[in-house]
Design a protein around this ligand. Structure first.
Ligand SMILES: *Cc1c(COP(=O)(O)O)cnc(C)c1O
Length: 477
């Protein structure tokens, strides 16, 4: 019961007592057959997936998942970067149940509001940095970025500069998978399948020093990448550029942390040319780096923040856009804002978000990531992997890390078939009951923020084991 390394609040220990499943158990094979027959998965090649059969996850507790064969798996990805408070939090489930019984839905369109969304808005204004006092709600990060586009355009229209409509973002950035999210993102493989894209979006290079920095120092390379923004603004004409959007660190692109010089220079350029600075905090928000929001880790001040994932720890879907008052005030003064979703400010999602944020704040979860478990994780990972010839660099802060696989550390040489090597490593993770994601030739970890030190030891040990097995298969050790 009393593990000295368990730094989670005591409530967690008894938070999960399964009270019976919603659905009766079937055999793994039967589930897989039904899944293959009727379910199209996101970002998947369904032909080959159906031949293999999907892994069926049946339950979860704390930082562990169980599959339908009874395997206990340590979740190094917090679901999909979102289950910040860990699985099985009764405090959240009970709030959702109560809210469903009291008011499961009402809209916020026609001069109407309700307590959950009022309380959430108040709470968000407390946990976000000074100046963020207004919040618009949606159901996902993608919708959040669609909303950012709408807000940015409406803002410039309301201050009498409607020509400012071009948005600049980055190659290998990820901003979701709606048409606007996919257009803002810089994923080539997505663009290939999107003949219709949102116009007036331009992409500059990503600040990925290991892969693209050639012989510049990281500091020089950071400035060089940032100055591409200035070149692009001048090319389009500053009077035509509305905003720059970026993830403080790239998540789905491979947990790429930009050099320290990057964000201050981006901010300087945005201010100089009167271009809004939009931070996509969908992964970085709610404690991932040990700060409440990742832009605080990198030291810049955005005009809007896109929020989702950790906002509800994934217990139910919700997204939001936080709007700095320098943007919100002209927007409010500008009259009608013709945008909204049936579920903008959904009461159950709002109640869950409030319970989740209170756990993160009053349960001291984010503070612990900053002062204790984050530094512990970063140090343990480096101690375990610095000697590996396969790992060229580790990016990260708090409880997020990206490990670059390399053919030769000294020259930062990348594998020609890096994608396959990442998948090889991920296969070892599967076999060893570890969830670690592969993005090309980078291995990613982003565990629940409640992970304690002994669980971090297990996570790092397993990650090092799987990377070691990959290195051995490649004949590097
Ligand atoms: C996941 C993600 C999104 C999209 O969020 P969805 O909820 O999947 O629509 C947007 N931006 C970033 C940075 C993300 O990681």
């Amino acid at each position: 019961m009393s593990n000295p390394f368990d730094t989670r609040p005591a409530i967690h220990a008894e938070a999960h007592k399964p009270s019976g499943s919603v659905f009766a158990a079937r055999s793994t094979q039967e589930w897989q057959q039904m899944d293959a027959a009727h379910h199209l998965h996101p970002f998947s090649d369904m032909g080959s997936l159906n031949k293999q059969g999907s892994r069926v996850i049946t339950r979860a507790e704390g930082v562990y998942l169980w599959d339908s064969d009874g395997n206990k798996i340590i979740d190094g990805m917090a679901g999909l970067w979102c289950v910040n408070v860990g699985y099985g939090r009764r405090e959240i489930a009970e709030v959702a149940y109560k809210q469903m019984m009291e008011l499961p839905f009402y809209n916020t369109f026609f001069k109407t509001t309700h307590p959950p969304i009022i309380e959430l808005s108040q709470l968000l204004s407390e946990v976000t940095p000074a100046g963020f006092e207004h919040f618009f709600y949606c159901n996902s990060g993608s919708e959040g970025n669609d909303t950012v586009l709408r807000i940015v355009h409406q803002y410039w229209a309301s201050v009498g500069k409607p020509a400012k409509k071009h948005i600049i973002s980055r190659k290998n950035g990820y901003h979701g998978s709606t048409i606007a999210g996919g257009s803002l993102g810089g994923m080539g493989y997505m663009h290939e399948q999107m003949p219709s894209q949102v116009p007036n979006i331009a992409h500059i290079d990503q600040p990925f020093w290991f892969g693209e920095g050639s012989d510049l120092s990281p500091a020089e390379f950071g400035l060089k990448c940032a100055r591409q923004l200035e070149e692009k603004i001048l090319e389009l004409g500053a009077d035509n550029v509305a905003a720059f959007i970026g993830e403080p660190f790239q998540g789905a692109g491979g947990v790429i942390f930009p050099p320290e010089t990057y964000w201050p220079e981006i901010q300087r350029i945005c201010r100089k040319y009167d271009v809004l600075l939009c931070a996509d905090e969908v992964i970085g928000g709610f404690g991932r780096t040990g700060e409440w929001f990742a832009h605080q880790h990198f030291g810049f001040e955005p005009d809007t923040m896109t929020l989702a994932k950790g906002l509800t720890s994934g217990y139910v879907p919700m997204g939001a856009v936080a709007i700095h008052k320098r943007i919100a005030e002209p927007l409010i003064a500008g009259g009608d804002f013709n945008h909204g979703l049936t579920y903008s400010g959904h009461p159950v999602a709002a109640a869950v978000a409030v319970a989740n944020i209170k756990l993160l704040r009053d349960g001291g979860i984010i503070e612990r990531v900053k002062t204790e478990t984050g530094p512990y994780f970063q140090k343990a990972l480096r101690e375990a992997l610095d000697a590996s010839p396969l790992v060229g660099q580790i990016d990260g802060a708090g409880l997020v890390a990206g490990m670059q696989l390399t053919e030769d550390k000294a020259s930062r040489k990348r594998f020609a078939n890096g994608y396959e090597i990442g998948l090889k490593c991920r296969d070892y993770c599967f076999k060893n009951n570890l969830i670690m994601r592969a993005t090309g030739d980078r291995m990613l970890l982003s565990p629940p923020l409640v992970m304690n030190k002994s669980e971090i030891d297990e996570l790092v040990e397993k990650a090092a084991l799987c990377i070691g097995l990959t290195a051995r298969e490649l004949g590097m050790v």
